[in-house]
Design a protein around this ligand. Structure first.
Ligand SMILES: *Cc1c(COP(=O)(O)O)cnc(C)c1O
Length: 351
């Protein structure tokens, strides 16, 4: 396909380009220094910590994230989980019934669901047997209506990082497709995040989450990084109060105490090593795949049987046997040290 120069305006849906976003008084007066009496939003005036609408720009939270991640606030957008951010990306770029997206399978199931919800066709390209990108097939499958190429790295459920040079190759070749790199598991990996490349590629969007390594799945906080041109369009369609007051406050407090988190990540890495070493000695486990995440994918003799047996032992793992290239594969999340030991004991007892 021809690769024209990137022009974000040619990629955005027409209705979104024309859209005038909702403006709340909260954001109009955010730089006002004096104390103001807010009688504009029909809130209950009696302060209890959550009687006011949340900051729609999440300025305090972004500031601390910006320090941790080393990227300006302007290149950042927060969502109610990265699921919401992915949904926003679909709604900005993909015209229902006309456009399509491309995903590399096996991968995270939400991409298909979001394509379905947004009535956008999805094309799939099979990963190679090492779970890497099939570049030729990707290029072949991209057409003029392909708006998004989603790459999950480290990938779920396979656990591996996608080779850096391959992603770079695609970024250099595909100038009029938005390339989304889902880095939900990057904080478990030694690898550099692609967010450092955001300012080199104007069609790159990187998504991350506080749900996995940061231990805040219940708060629902996803992060997206891109050049300001893209962030500004996403902001247009963002629900004004998508991240609630309690989540903002709690996340700020948690992020001030990342030392505690480092300890947890170290322990998770240790438990993962322990599990991996023990799995080597279990006869029905045929393969342990390399993992840059907080889970291990393993191939067993009979995934349905082993999955059921583990449930009988009160351990729930994920059966991925119906995913392409994942026949008879189970995915084990790394739990606490004691949970990991219980899993090992249970596995050893299965007959
Ligand atoms: C868990 C997961 C997410 C979802 O993250 P939230 O921020 O909790 O919505 C996104 N992508 C992948 C690959 C995941 O595994």
């Amino acid at each position: 396909m021809k690769s024209k120069k990137f022009d974000i305006h040619s990629l955005i849906r027409e209705n979104i380009a024309k859209l005038k976003p909702y403006s709340s008084a909260k954001s109009e007066f955010k730089d006002f220094k004096q104390d103001l009496i807010f009688l504009d939003a029909n809130e209950n005036p009696y302060e209890n910590g959550w009687n006011r609408y949340p900051d729609p720009d999440q300025a305090d939270l972004k500031k601390i994230l910006s320090n941790i991640k080393g990227i300006p606030e302007d290149n950042m957008l927060l969502g109610n989980g990265s699921d919401e951010i992915l949904d926003m990306i679909f709604r900005v770029f993909c015209e229902p019934k006309k456009d399509n997206i491309l995903i590399n399978i096996p991968t995270f199931g939400m991409y298909k669901v979001l394509a379905g919800v947004n009535d956008v066709a999805y094309k799939t390209v099979l990963l190679t047997k090492d779970f890497q990108l099939d570049i030729d097939s990707i290029i072949k499958n991209i057409d003029k209506n392909t708006k998004l190429l989603i790459i999950c790295s480290p990938n779920n459920p396979t656990g591996n990082l996608i080779i850096k040079e391959d992603i770079l190759d695609l970024l250099n070749r595909l100038k009029n497709v938005i390339i989304v790199i889902d880095e939900a598991y990057i904080d478990f990996s030694e690898a550099d995040s692609w967010l450092n490349e955001v300012n080199n590629f104007n069609n790159l969007i990187v998504t991350q989450t506080l749900s996995k390594a940061y231990g805040m799945a219940g708060l629902r906080l996803g992060i997206c990084y891109a050049q300001t041109e893209i962030i500004d369009v996403l902001k247009k369609i963002k629900m004004p109060y998508n991240v609630n007051v309690l989540s903002q406050i709690k996340a700020i407090n948690e992020l001030k105490n990342v030392e505690n988190l480092k300890q947890q990540l170290n322990q998770i890495a240790k438990s993962k090593e322990l599990l991996k070493n023990e799995l080597l000695h279990i006869s029905f486990i045929q393969k342990i795949y390399p993992s840059d995440t907080n889970f291990l994918m393993v191939k067993v003799d009979d995934a349905n049987k082993r999955h059921k047996q583990l449930i009988q032992k009160q351990i729930v793992v994920r059966n991925r046997t119906n995913e392409p290239l994942c026949e008879n594969c189970l995915r084990f999340t790394i739990g606490t040290e004691s949970e990991t030991k219980k899993l090992i004991i249970a596995l050893k007892k299965l007959d």
